[in-house]
Each structure stands twice: as C-alpha cells, then as structure tokens.
Design a protein around this ligand. Structure first.
Ligand code: NA7
Length: 538
C-alpha cells in the first residue's frame, strides 16, 4: 500500500501533558477543527502546579501576568487573591480553564507517553503509553514541561531510612503535618527557599543542608489590592502586548536604558533600595548590564549580600547564606517570604554540605562526612532534570533510527526550540533553544502554541504532510543560542540552566537568552517567509 492508500490516522495531533502548555494546545488546535488527544501522567490538569504542593509553593511571577491572555472574558472574570498566587489557587485556575473550555474529554489522565515512532512511509507518529495504549496521529506535540522530571540524588542508604522521604516536586496530595518532627531539607533553590520558612513554623526542628547559597529577593506578597487589579484589567490588552514584546514576557519588568556603572554610587544605591522595596524577580533587570557585565553585577550582588547580613543575626550563619560563587541572576533568582529571617529561629540549623558533603542516608537520618543528623523526615528540594528531561524521558525515533536522546547526547539541538532536524512533525513547546524558563512560562507557552497552530493551518492549506527542520538552519540556531549566551554571565554559573545539576548531562546553556520579544519576532519572520529553514513535503 502506498502513502496515498494508507488510511488517515484517527487523530491529527497527539499532545504530551495537560499543564498550561497542553491545555492551551488542546483548546487552540481543536478550535481550528483538528482532532487532538492528550496524555497526562498526573490524575488532574495543572502540570507543575499539580505536582508541586509543598508548603509555601507559589509562583514568582505576579498573578495578573502569570495567567492566560488568549481569552478576554477569562482574564476579566478570574480573580486572583494575592500578588503572587499560591499553588492551590493556580491549580484551581488550571481546573477552571479545563472546565470553562471543555478540555477534559481530550485528556487521558494517569498515563505517561513512553515511546513515539515516526513512520516516514505514511508520515504518521505512533505514540505508546505506559498503560499499553497506542495511538496514531499526523503530528506529535510535546508539552511535558521544563521542570517536571524531579531529580533525586542517589545517596546510598535511601531505602534504609525509617522516617518519611519527600521530594518537593511529588508532594503528597493530602499534605504533610510536620508537627513535632525533626525535619531535614536538602536543597536551597526556589523550592527549598519557599518551603523552609513554612516547615520551620510547624516542625520541632529543621536542619537545612545547603550546598550552594542562593540569592533571594523579597516577594512582599500581599492580598491583591483592588485598585491594582482594576487598573490591570482596564488595560489588560495593552499590558499583555507589552509583555509579548518584553524580554521576560512580563509587562511589569523594568525596561532599563542605563547600565549600573553609568550612574553614581549614590544613585545606584537609591535605585536598588527602591527595587528591593518593590521586590520580585524584575530586580535583576533594573540596569541593562547586570546579567552581562561582571562589575555591574557585583554592585547588585553586594547590595543583596548586605541585605542578607542585616537580616541574619548570627554572622557565621549570615556568611554561610551569602552567595559568593556566582553572579546574581545567573542561577535562577529566588523570591521569598521570610527566608533569611527563618535562620534567626531557635529551631533552625544550617549545615554546610559543600564543606562536608552528604555521605549517606541512614536508618535514623542523614550522615555527612562530618557527622550524623537524626531526622524524622527528609525533604528533597533537589530540583529537576530541567528543559530536556521530560522530552528525553520518551523514546522518540524515526523509522527505527537513533533515538532523540542519542541525537542529543552532546546537548540538545533544535531550530528555534520548536523542532529538531531528523524528527519530522514533532513540535516542542518551550523546548531547549527557546526563551522558556527565562520568561513568564505562560507568555512563552501561548507564543509557541499559537505559532504551532498557525503552522498546522498553513500545512493543511498547502497539502503538506511532512515538515522538518533543516540541519543547516538548526546548526545556525544552536550557534546563535550559544553566541548570545556567551555575551552574558549565565553560562559561567553551575546552574540547571546549563545542565550542571545532573551528573553526566552535557553542559549546554539550554534556554535562549536573546529575550522573548526578539525571539517572537524571529519566529514570526520564519513563518512569514513560508517557514524558512524547514523542508515541507506534500
Ligand atoms: P533547584 O533550583 O535545582 O535547586 C536544587 C537545590 O538542591 C540546590 O540548592 C542544589 O544545590 C541542591 N542539591 C541538589 N543535589 C544536591 C546534593 N546531592 N547535595 C546537596 N544539595 C543538592 O531546584 P528547585 O526545585 O528549588 O527549583 C527549580 C525551579 O522550579 C526554580 O528555579 C523555579 O523556576 C521553579 P546546588 O545549587 O546544585 O549546589
């Protein structure tokens, strides 16, 4: 049977994930009449916000911006209760969206996609799940999330521990009551920094095992001011448009015209003080050279170090909490409520596991190279196999050839972070080489889904069955992503942005740091030129 005789697949698109990416993909692609089906590992929608139920979990992008912009009615009617929404509220929002737009019937929950095979003869993807189901579609859209494959360091003895072990990224749905317990927390990234103050309020004692001190900025979270909400909603369309052409996909971020070294020390201090009082991650964008000039960065880093020293009463603890090994903002900046202040509590102990690494988990607790700590519970806030983890967790092949993991053995290669050469009709949502984790994820997700949806309409209109990124364009894009990253301080830090947190993962700066607005224009330009850099076959 030749391609033209082969029956059309039952589906147009199979989607991985029902987080914010998957949900919008279902909605958008269905709206244009495509038959879609999504598989979601969780038993509900929400992705990151379904899994990350640890105490203190909240978004570090303001709620008025960390939300979909595609429906004016939705954005006008939904009401956020706080400046930064807590996890349960974001999860309610994801559920509201799923119900409001009738998306649930397209989703198979509690099911992981394990393999995907493209058959060139018929230009179809066959996708298999861990429940033994197999479906065929013309297109395969992976929206599995950038921070969805939790990383659990394999300390010896983990199974011997007689207390309870938790990972922030797979938190029990019923919550955890730490009352009366001695709790150990490993990790001081965003998750640890959010969870530690809340756990310390409840537990008898908390021991924090810190390998790297991180910079954290105050959230100054508060109930949503009614006048602010009203103002934002009155200008929502304009705010969203501003976000779409901003660097981080956030309208409220500063758009600096000066470098930190162009102003007097006095002026800089004043500006930093004002920025500190505003709080949030936009702080590192106050001056245009903070993330590219070491000296400029030092001025901000030292300002924050002084804030830490002022907050923490014990100078030895303050010194340990003061980051010195990376430029501010080059590891994901954290946003907290009472993080540093928590170390002034009598029931909190900070342990330096850079100096004395964790050796093993014991039946009674945890042993570093210095001593054993007795614990009733251990919380792993040890992060994720970021950006590429979820996609490479699927065995993806074309005509039985090498897997995508094999192609990417030296680091991911994509064209625009949307497609990868040699794997036709496979689209990635916020894939490596796109701005993704450096931006408001929802802004980036909407841009990708809208680009994919326009693209599929174009292919339909032109009768194109097979679309593939060209290797030369992919190579040029990878070079461009690296060149831009090399103009910044980002690649110097040992962060999950570079894969440095996963032993053996190739060291590549994963996201595109050129800015969301610039990137959006590039993607639009490629589409306008008839999908330049892609081969399109009837
Ligand atoms: P992160 O930011 O990757 O933080 C993980 C933390 O765990 C970090 O402090 C690590 O130290 C620490 N870690 C990891 N492995 C070990 C071992 N073996 N021993 C000691 N400490 C360890 O993950 P998060 O979940 O906090 O945040 C992820 C993102 O989610 C966040 O940036 C937001 O975008 C949302 P290290 O720094 O590697 O020395």
């Amino acid at each position: 049977m030749n391609a033209s005789e082969h029956p059309a697949p039952a589906l147009d698109v199979v989607i991985v994930g029902a987080g914010f990416g998957g949900l919008y993909a279902i909605h958008k692609l269905r709206q244009q009449g495509l038959k879609v089906r999504a598989f979601e590992a969780g038993d509900g929608v929400g992705g990151t916000w379904y899994w990350n139920r640890y105490p203190g979990a909240r978004c570090d992008v303001e709620s008025m911006e960390y939300s979909y912009s595609f429906s004016e009615e939705l954005q006008q009617e939904w009401r956020w209760s706080e400046r930064y929404a807590p996890q349960p509220e974001i999860l309610r929002y994801a559920n509201h969206v799923a119900d409001r737009f009738g998306l649930r019937d397209a989703i198979t929950f509690g099911t992981r996609v394990t393999r995907a095979a493209f058959d060139s003869a018929h230009s179809t993807w066959t996708v298999q799940t861990d429940k033994g189901e197999s479906v065929t579609a013309r297109f395969f859209v992976v929206a599995g999330g950038c921070l969805s494959l939790p990383r659990m360091p394999d300390f010896p003895g983990r199974d011997s521990f007689q207390g309870k072990l938790y990972h922030t990224g797979t938190w029990p749905h019923e919550g955890v009551d730490f009352s009366g317990m001695r709790v150990g927390v490993i990790g001081t990234g965003s998750s640890g920094i959010q969870a530690i103050p809340r756990i310390a309020e409840q537990a008898r004692h908390v021991t924090v095992f810190q390998r790297t001190a991180n910079f954290s900025l105050p959230a100054w979270n508060k109930a949503m001011p009614e006048d602010y909400e009203a103002w934002f909603k009155a200008y929502y369309a304009a705010r969203r448009e501003k976000a779409r052409y901003s660097s981080a996909g956030i309208a409220n971020h500063p758009t600096p015209d000066k470098g930190a070294l162009e102003v007097s020390d006095e002026e800089r201090q004043k500006v930093y003080e004002a920025g500190w009082l505003h709080g949030g991650p936009g702080f590192t964008r106050i001056y245009k050279d903070i993330l590219s000039n070491e000296k400029a960065n030092q001025t901000m880093a030292e300002f924050v170090r002084n804030k830490i020293r002022a907050k923490v009463k014990d100078p030895a603890v303050a010194a340990l909490l003061t980051p010195t090994d990376h430029a501010i903002g080059t590891k994901r900046i954290c946003v907290d409520t009472d993080y540093y202040e928590t170390y002034n509590r009598d029931n909190v102990l900070l342990v330096n596991v850079r100096e004395h690494p964790i050796e093993q988990i014991t039946p009674r607790g945890l042993r570093t190279t210095e001593k054993e700590y007795e614990l009733d519970a251990i919380v792993f806030a040890t992060g994720y196999d970021a950006v590429t983890g979820a996609i490479l967790n699927i065995d993806i092949r074309v005509d039985g050839g090498p897997s995508l993991a094999e192609k990417w053995a030296q680091g991911p290669k994509t064209y625009l972070g949307l497609m990868t050469a040699g794997y036709p009709n496979l689209f990635m949502v916020t894939g490596p080489g796109s701005p993704s984790v450096l931006t408001n994820m929802i802004t980036s997700i909407e841009q990708h889904i809208e680009w994919i949806s326009d693209c599929l309409r174009y292919l339909g209109q032109k009768g194109i069955r097979r679309m593939e990124a060209r290797t030369d364009y992919e190579e040029a894009w990878v070079r461009h992503v690296n060149d831009v990253a090399d103009t910044t301080l980002f690649p110097r830090a040992n962060s999950w942005y570079t894969g440095a947190n996963i032993p053996g993962k190739p060291r590549v700066f994963l996201p595109y740091v050129g800015g969301h607005g610039v990137y959006r224009m590039k993607c639009a330009d490629v589409a306008f030129k008839g999908y330049e850099g892609f081969t399109l076959q009837p």
